[in-house]
Ligand binder design. Sequence first.
Ligand code: SAM
Length: 309
Amino acid sequence: MSTIINAYDWVGAAMQSLDNELHWENPEPYKVGCQIMLAWEEYYSTVLGPTPKKSPNLSRAVARWAYLYKYAASHASYIYQLVSKSAELIDLLQSGSRPNITCVGSGAGSDFLGIIKYILKSASSSDPQFLLLDRYDWGETRLSWRTLCPKGIAFTPHFRQIDISEESDWACWQEQLQNTDLFVMSYVLSELHCIKNKATPFLEWLFRNARSNTLFLFLDNGSCGAYWWFDNLANSNNVRPISRSYQDRDELGILIAGQLGMDGDDNKTKSSLLKPYLSIVKNVFSDLRLDMRWPKEESIVAYRISIKR
Ligand SMILES: C[S@@+](CC[C@H](N)C(=O)[O-])C[C@H]1O[C@@H](n2cnc3c(N)ncnc32)[C@H](O)[C@@H]1O
């Protein structure tokens, strides 16, 4: 039986998991709102523009909250849409085997949620082993997903706190990384762009040592240079595109000209879990940045689904 899941439900629950740290009720929501606004401004100013100057700091709960609110549901929805239109990704998830999926820079795990959503909706019996890599621990968020997983479904993501710009952090995980069947890189290359020299050894290693037929799902902001970086790494390591967007204007007819919006399930209701926050944020931000008032619902994206030959 297929299960419909709404990405906003998951994200609302993940945001609730940060409540204890944020003290919405005490001393007053507006103070929390201001902290969030500052965290958001800091986050936004670092990632804005074609060449961000530094990686955002997501070590503080307010920054993680702001990220969840603004981006997590839409990224999960984008990943879900890309997976559900790709014959190769569907084959992998319907094969009955236990594919190994590694999400690089997974953070809140929007990439994980998007794939889980596909599995639940398609009633696939697949039970992938997920390895989520990030330099920040989003432990409270992962715990909250577990409570939302339908009973009897394992979906236990393994998390490794790894800074991929530090070889000493990732070198010991090479064997596990090489066993990957699908690498997901969702909105991470744009964040690493400012430390390109330091991040390239990890990515080079990954592309060079991936087994043949390993799949790569890349998704990022269409207005930054992240997709050039991905294409260069792929070209020089025999990783070939199966489908792609943006520059190619969707030559396989997968999605309209690189633009992605939320899928219908997400739009029908914004979820009772998210609703209390929507009104607080709307009040707090009414005179401030429009960007923060509402979760991202559509954007110009660059995506690639590629395979190692
Ligand atoms: C924009 S978020 C993307 C999160 C998620 N993949 C998504 O699509 O919503 C980028 C993530 O990359 C992580 N990241 C940035 N630099 C990193 C590094 N040097 N090593 C590991 N993770 C990093 C950040 O902590 C953050 O969680």
